[in-house]
Design a protein around this ligand. Structure first.
Ligand code: ATP
Ligand code: MG
Length: 153
């Protein structure tokens, strides 16, 4: 399979990390997750201190893995078009760029959030849904895929 950068897009509780794990097997890719980096730095995946540091580390690791020939899955909310576009521009030449969107209905998202151990306040999910800018090819993607809504029924 071609060397690929996969960015996952979705609000808290949408199912990003679940999809990331499925794709990691299929693509033979490594998962980089902002939550895991927060855990490494602070011992707590929910700590929102210093996002510049968290994403600085995540982006440096992305470069290192891709340059070593390993495909990367980039698991964070990635809700804003400008941030996604900047990320695409930073990638080494020749890397395939896939954007995967996980955007179930609000009802499903809230239910998934309720049924897991680490819950995010519902107000955060509402706020993130309002911020969400659907990805477009203009950001530089080779493909944009939506996780099928039926996967969430
Ligand atoms: N396709 C699906 N069908 C049913 N349940 C799902 C699906 N995807 C995720 N879930 C469940 O929803 C919950 C949230 O999923 P997940 O942790 O992948 O979300 P997330 O987007 O990574 O959240 P966060 O942004 O907080 O890390 C989990 O309990 C997971 O098992
Ligand atoms: Mg997650």
């Amino acid at each position: 399979m071609a060397l690929t950068f996969i960015m996952i897009v979705g609000t808290a509780g949408a199912g990003k990390s679940t999809l990331a794990r499925e794709l990691a097997e299929e693509y033979g890719a490594i998962i980089l997750s902002s939550d895991n980096i927060r855990y490494e730095l602070y011992g707590n995946a929910e700590c929102q201190d210093d996002p510049a540091k968290v994403f600085g580390i995540m982006n440096a690791r992305t470069q290192a893995f891709l340059r070593a020939g390993t495909s990367v899955i980039y698991d964070a909310t990635n809700l804003l078009a400008k941030r996604r576009h900047e990320m695409v521009l930073s990638l080494p030449c020749g890397v395939r760029k896939e954007c995967w969107v996980v955007h179930p209905t609000m009802r499903v998202t809230l239910r998934q959030n309720k049924h897991r151990s680490r819950q995010v306040p519902e107000a955060v999910i509402y706020r993130q849904r309002r911020m969400f800018q659907p990805p477009t090819k203009g950001e530089g993607w080779d493909v944009i895929k939506y996780r099928s809504p039926t996967d969430h029924l």
